[in-house]
Design a protein around this ligand. Structure first.
Ligand SMILES: [Zn+2]
Length: 488
C-alpha cells in the first residue's frame, strides 16, 4: 500500500487517520479545559453548568430526534425538570432506532451489516462515528453510535480525572522504552472496550507501538505466556480476570511487574482489590462505565467511585420508578449522557443497582460517589482434560461472550450443578425456539470448553426461566457451585 509523506512521517495508515488524530486532539484540549474549569469552580457554578447542559441536551433531543419528540409529547416545551420526562430503555430505543438517532444517514439495517463484520471493528463509520454493540442482560442487543465530541470527552475525562497515579509513568522506567500497555478483553466483536482501544491506536501511532490487545477467549496458560512475553507496565481488564491473573502471579506462573492495573465492566469488591494489589504490589484503579455512557465514574485512592457529574446524570430509582435517596440501594438507575449528541440518551434505564454516597471523601473531590451492587458473575472451576493440572478456571465474561456471539442467545442463566455438570435456563416460551437455542448453546459451550482444556461438561436444559436477584432485579448469567467459588 502506498503511503503519503505526512502519514509516513507520523506513522498513520493514511491522511484521513492523521487528520482525525489532529481533530481528536483539538477536541480533547477543549474538553480538558472545561473539565479543569469545572473542578476548580464553586458549587453554585457547577450546578449552573449542569443545569445548562441538561437543558441543552433536552432541547437538542426534542428538536432533532423524532423518537424523543413523540415520546415527550405530553411534556410542556421548555420544561426544565428532568424528572418530568418519561424514561427510555434499550428495547424502546432499538425498536425506534432510525427515529432515535439525529443523523438521517444512520440506518439500523446498514449498521447491523457493519457490526456483523468483525473485520470492521473500530473502523470510523461514515468517516466520523465510533460504533459499538452491547448484549447485556436485557435480551435486546444494542447498537451505540458515538460522535467525535463524545469520544474526545471520554478521553479527556480519563486524562483529567482517572487516577493512574504516580505509579504509572513514574519511577524506575527508562525513557528509551515507553511503558507497554496490555488490554485483556473480549476483542473479537464490536464491543465498547476494544473499539475505544483500537480507535486510539489508529489515531495515535505512538500508542499503537506500545500497546497490545489480548483475547479473554484463549486458554489461561496461553494468555499468561503472552503477557510474560509482552511485559506490560499497565494492564487493563475486568476484575474477574485480575483475580485469575493475581492467582497466576502468586503461584509463580505470571512473571509481569506492572506499575498499575486498570479494571472496569464488573463490580470490584474491597477484598478482591486488596488481594490483587498484594499479588502485584501495585495499585488497582477502577472505573464505572457502560456501552451507553463511557466513564461515568472513576475510583479515587480511597476506593470510592466518584461520578463525573458534569457529563452524566445518574438518577437511582426503585421498582416503581420513584427516586431513591442517597445511602439506599436502588432497583435501577436512569442515566442521561450529556456528551453524545448523535444518539441522545436521556433518562435511560440501565438496570444497575447503585447506592449513592454524598458524604465528603478524604480525597477532596466534591462529586458524589456510587457503589454498584451485583454487577458480577462467578469464575467457573471445571475438571481439566489433561493430566498436568486438576482444574481449569473459566472467566464468566468469556463464556457469556461465546453464548451471546456464537450461539446468538442473549438472555440465559448458566449454573454449575456439579464439578462437571451445568444447567441452562432460557427465557424463551416457544418449545421449538428453546430446543434450537439449547442445541446452539451446547455446541458453542462444548467447543469453547474443549479449547480451554476442560473435560467435557454435561449440560442440561432447566425448564425454569432465568432467576433474577429478588432485591436488585439483576440477572447473574453465570453461577458457580458454592463449593467451587474461587479462593478470594
Ligand atoms: Zn474520594
Amino acid at each position: 500500500m502506498s503511503i503519503d509523506p505526512i502519514s509516513a512521517l507520523i506513522g498513520a495508515a493514511n491522511p484521513w487517520e492523521w487528520w482525525r488524530g489532529v481533530d481528536d486532539l483539538w477536541r480533547w484540549g477543549v474538553h480538558a479545559q472545561a473539565i479543569w474549569a469545572y473542578d476548580a469552580a464553586d458549587d453554585d457554578t457547577r450546578r449552573e453548568i449542569r443545569r445548562q447542559r441538561v437543558a441543552s441536551m433536552i432541547e437538542h433531543a426534542r428538536t432533532r430526534s423524532a423518537f424523543y419528540r413523540a415520546h415527550w409529547r405530553h411534556v410542556p416545551p421548555g420544561c426544565a425538570d428532568l424528572s418530568a420526562y418519561p424514561p427510555v430503555n434499550r428495547k424502546l430505543l432499538m425498536a425506534g432506532f432510525d427515529d432515535w438517532v439525529v443523523d438521517p444517514d444512520l440506518r439500523k439495517a446498514e449498521l447491523l451489516k457493519f457490526v456483523a463484520d468483525p473485520g470492521r471493528i473500530a473502523e470510523p463509520y461514515l468517516g466520523k462515528y465510533a460504533i459499538w454493540t452491547s448484549s447485556g442482560t436485557t435480551g435486546v442487543p444494542g447498537i451505540y453510535v458515538q460522535d467525535a465530541d463524545a469520544l474526545a470527552l471520554y478521553s479527556a475525562l480519563m486524562t483529567c480525572r482517572f487516577e493512574l497515579g504516580a505509579s504509572f509513568g513514574g519511577a524506575g522506567r527508562s525513557l528509551a522504552e515507553p511503558a507497554r500497555l496490555a488490554f485483556v478483553a473480549a476483542i473479537d466483536g464490536h464491543f465498547a472496550g476494544v473499539v475505544s482501544w483500537e480507535r486510539q491506536r489508529r489515531l495515535h501511532p505512538a500508542i499503537a507501538a506500545s500497546s497490545r490487545a489480548f483475547s479473554i477467549l484463549q486458554p489461561l496458560p496461553r494468555l499468561v505466556a503472552e503477557l510474560n512475553a509482552w511485559r506490560p507496565a499497565f494492564v487493563a481488564t475486568y476484575p474477574t480476570m485480575l483475580t485469575l491473573l493475581a492467582r497466576e502471579r502468586c503461584e509463580g506462573r505470571l512473571a509481569i511487574e506492572p506499575q498499575a492495573l486498570w479494571c472496569g465492566g464488573e463490580g470490584l469488591t474491597q477484598a478482591d482489590r486488596a488481594a490483587i494489589e498484594q499479588a502485584f504490589g501495585c495499585p488497582v484503579v477502577e472505573d464505572y462505565g457502560a456501552s451507553e455512557c463511557m466513564n461515568m465514574a472513576f475510583a479515587c485512592r480511597h476506593g470510592r467511585l466518584h461520578v463525573n457529574d458534569d457529563w452524566v446524570v445518574l438518577e437511582p430509582i426503585d421498582e416503581q420508578g420513584r427516586p431513591v435517596p442517597a445511602g439506599q440501594p436502588s432497583a435501577s438507575v436512569l442515566i442521561t449522557n450529556l456528551a453524545n449528541r448523535v444518539q441522545p440518551l436521556v433518562r435511560y434505564d440501565l438496570s444497575d443497582s447503585v447506592t449513592v454516597d454524598d458524604t465528603p471523601c478524604d480525597c477532596g473531590r466534591r462529586q458524589p460517589s456510587v457503589r454498584i451492587e451485583g454487577r458480577r458473575d462467578d469464575v467457573l472451576v471445571l475438571p481439566a482434560a489433561g493430566h498436568g493440572v486438576a482444574s481449569v478456571r473459566i472467566l464468566p465474561l468469556a463464556i457469556e461472550t461465546v453464548i451471546e456471539e456464537e450461539a446468538g442467545v442473549h438472555r440465559f442463566q448458566l449454573t454449575q450443578t456439579a464439578p462437571g455438570a451445568m444447567s441452562l435456563r432460557l427465557d424463551l416460551a416457544d418449545e421449538a425456539d428453546r430446543a434450537a437455542a439449547f442445541a446452539s448453546v451446547r455446541r458453542a459451550v462444548a467447543r469453547f470448553l474443549k479449547g480451554q482444556g476442560a473435560r467435557p461438561v454435561k449440560l442440561a436444559l432447566d425448564s425454569q426461566p432465568p432467576e433474577a436477584n429478588p432485591v436488585s432485579g439483576k440477572l447473574r448469567q453465570v453461577r458457580a457451585m458454592p463449593a467451587a467459588q474461587p479462593a478470594r
